[in-house]
Design a protein around this ligand. Sequence first.
Ligand code: ZN
Ligand code: MN
Length: 147
Amino acid sequence: MENEKLQTAINTLKNSGVRITPQRHAVLEYLLTSMTHPTADDIYKALESKFPNMSVATVYNNLRILSEIGLVRELSYGDDSSRYDSNMDDHYHIVCEDCGKVVDFHYPKLSEIESLAQRVSGFDINEHRLELYGKCKACKTEKAVQH
Ligand code: ZN
Ligand code: MN
């Protein structure tokens, strides 16, 4: 794993004055190492053997704190289970409509849309959102095999 990223995140946590509990550390480490955009439940299941006394509520609480500090971003797709992403760089997401997998997609050129929108509307533009939907490779293969 990229230890440097974890160390940077831990330092941010320390500087924010938030206490670093073993659970908080584990949630952060899991998010930094998993490239899967897990739900709170995914994180809970991945860590429950290591922390048998930890509840899903604790996971949510830690995710909220990490979001507030700016180490983690919450992604909601209209259903009740938010995904969490520790990659805070500008990027977009492609969502599989069959299995719910979320993968990163980079298209830096699109940042131009903000200055254009600002120019034509007179707004101060702070951010923009874009999500792409489709069927992932694995789900395509699965369907092909069934036929
Ligand atoms: Zn899929
Ligand atoms: Mn992402």
